[in-house]
Design a protein around this ligand. Structure first.
Ligand code: URA
Length: 217
């Protein structure tokens, strides 16, 4: 078990709401079916979207209630892009889009080379005008950090306004690696687990997120 760099830990937002923690525990159970795992991931993703959007800019907008004119607040959902790291990131999209339906969606395909555990890119498709957008990268597991680091490096080349990283679970190794490469990227997660095993899986974790979402085990 390795320590978390204190500067890296300071940039991690642990979402400890009881509903989030309860649903995460149900998902971790090995007997959870594909159906319930996917449903719980959707519910958790929408709950976590509230936290990740907490710092979003709002504009004043003049509206009329049935009684009078007032200034309300409004966010520009279209400026937000959720970028899914394929394929497990897709399990988070429906939940976050249910909270911010106007957001755009990008996809980045990275696979882990089984020998080196390094990320190799095979797909990249983003909306236009990325320099005007705030990005939230979604991936259930921030494990070695290799995919996350590669995704952020690639997305920074598009010059977005900001980048955040939303995951379900992470571990000291993933937090330290992402912070070392990209100290400006805040991480939002429901849990910081103990450690990685030799195969790059988080312990105690929940197994292979992609297999559990799509029933491919
Ligand atoms: N990816 C997964 O799906 N699970 C882990 O534990 C680590 C990476």
């Amino acid at each position: 078990m390795i320590p978390i760099n204190p500067a890296a830990r300071a940039n991690v937002h642990l979402i400890d709401h009881p509903l989030v923690q309860h649903k995460l525990t149900l998902m971790r159970k090995k007997e959870a079916s594909t159906n319930s795992f996917r449903r719980l991931l959707g519910e958790l993703s929408s709950l976590m979207a509230y936290e990740v959007c907490r710092g979003m800019a709002v504009q004043d907008v003049e509206i009329e209630t049935p009684l009078e004119v007032m200034n309300g607040k409004q966010i520009d959902g279209k400026k937000l892009v959720f970028v899914s790291i394929l394929r497990a990131g897709n399990g988070i999209l429906d939940g976050v889009l249910s909270v911010v339906p106007g957001a755009r969606v990008g996809h980045i395909g990275l696979y882990r080379d089984p020998a080196t555990l390094q990320a190799v890119e095979y797909y990249f498709k983003m909306p236009k005008n990325m320099e005007e957008r705030d990005i939230v990268i979604v991936d259930p597991m921030l494990a070695t950090g290799n995919s996350a680091v590669a995704a952020v490096t690639r997305l920074k080349a598009c010059h977005p306004k900001s980048i955040k990283f939303l995951c379900l679970l992470t571990c000291p190794e993933g937090i330290n690696a992402l912070h070392q490469a990209h100290p400006d990227v805040a991480v939002f997660t429901a849990a910081i687990d103990r450690e990685l095993n030799d195969h790059g899986y988080i312990l105690p974790g929940l197994g292979d997120a992609g297999d559990r979402i799509f029933g491919t085990q």
